[in-house]
Ligand binder design. Sequence first.
Ligand SMILES: C[S@@+](CC[C@H](N)C(=O)[O-])C[C@H]1O[C@@H](n2cnc3c(N)ncnc32)[C@H](O)[C@@H]1O
Length: 395
Amino acid sequence: MQPFLNMEKTEYFIAKTFANLEPLLAEELAALGAQNCQVMSRAVAFEGDMAMMYRANYFCRTALRILWRQRKFTFTNNRQFYEQIFDFPAEKFLGADGTMVVHATIVDSIFRTPLFASLLAKDAVCDRFRDLYDERPSVDKEDPDVQFFVHVYQNEAQLFVDSSGESLHKRGYKLRNHPAPINEVVAAAMIQLSGWHGECDFIDPMCGGGTLLVEAAMQAMHIPAGFFRRHYGFMRWKNFDRETWNKVRKEAAILEDVPINFYGSDINRRFLEIAESNVFSARLKDFVTLERKDVADTKPVRTPAVVMMNPPYGERLQVEDLTALYATIGTTLKHQYAGCRAYIISSDMEALKAVGLRPSLKKTLYNGPIECRFLGYELFAGDQKAHAINKKTQS
Ligand SMILES: C[S@@+](CC[C@H](N)C(=O)[O-])C[C@H]1O[C@@H](n2cnc3c(N)ncnc32)[C@H](O)[C@@H]1O
C-alpha cells in the first residue's frame, strides 16, 4: 500500500504546452482517457486518476509538463495565503530531508512580485515541516525532489505539484544536440498537423540532428513519447506508485515494423553525425536512412511521400543567402517532389515567400520563444490551376 494516496480518486490537472498546440494536446489527452478536457491559454485542464497522470506524462507528445492541483483557495492578505499553504500536507510528497523549489506566477494580485509569493509559500511549507518533524527540507533550484507551482490570479490562488520534473520535450533519445534544433513537442505537433499517420514515406532533407525523423518514426511505430526517458518528477515523490506506473507503461502497443521508410539528409557532415547518434539511441537505425546531400539534390524514392523540413532561419545558423536557399527549396519541391505533400517551418517570413508555392495550410507555431509559420503544400505535377480543373472535371 502506498501512503496517503487514493489511486482511483478523480484529480484535477493542467497540461502545459506552447501557444496554438492546445487543441492537439486536448485531443491527445481525451484519446488517453482524460475527462473534462478544457482548452486554456498554452495549457489544457483535465481530470483523471493517478494512472491518468502517469499516462499523460508517458504518452502525450504535445505536452511540456503535467501539473497536479493540490489546493485552490481565495485569500485577502498574506497571512491567509500563508495559512492555506501551511495546511497543505506537503509531507505526502516530500521528506523533511528532501529538496524542493516553489515557482510562482501572479496576475493582478496583492503580491507585488512573484518572488514574494514563492518565498511566502516556501516558508509555509518549511514551517509545517519544522512543526511536524523539527527539520525542514532545503531549497534546490537546480535539481529539487519536488517542484511546486503557485498561480495567483487576483485573490485566488492555486497550488500545483509538478509531476514531470524536466520538461517533457526532453524525450531521452538525444545523445547530442544540434545548435538549432526544433523542439520535440513542436516537431510532434507539426507531424500531427500534417495529418500524416505513417501511411507513406517520411523525408526530411534538412534534418540537422534528426528530431523530425525520430518523432515521425516514434509516431508511426506507436513508441510512447517518454519511452526513452528515465526520469519524471513523480518518481521522486514519497507516494510514487511504481506498480501503477509499470502497468501504464505496459499499455504501449509498439509496432515492430512498418511498411514505410524514413529518409534524412543534410549538407553538413557534422550535423548528420548528430542525427546518426540520435537515431541510434532511439533504436531506429534500421528504419532511417541518412545521407549527406544538398536539399537541391534530393527526391523521393517513391511517391506519395511526406517531406517536412525546418530550414535555417538565420537566427542561430548563419546562412549567406537565405532567400536563395528558400527559392531552391521551392524549385526542388516543385520539380522533384510532384505527388508529395510538403511542410516547412520557419520564422523568416520574407524567406518563406521565396519558396514561391501556394500553401494549402498555414499555422503560427512557436519553436520555444521563436514565432514561426508552419506551411503545407500539395505538390502536383504540372501547375496547380490545371490540377484543380482536372480534379473538377473528374468529379
Ligand atoms: C534549423 S536546422 C534543422 C534542425 C533540425 N530540425 C533538428 O531538430 O536538429 C537546418 C539544417 O539545414 C541544413 N542545411 C542548410 N543548408 C542546406 C542545404 N542547402 N541542403 C541541405 N541541408 C542544408 C543545416 O546544415 C542545418 O542542419
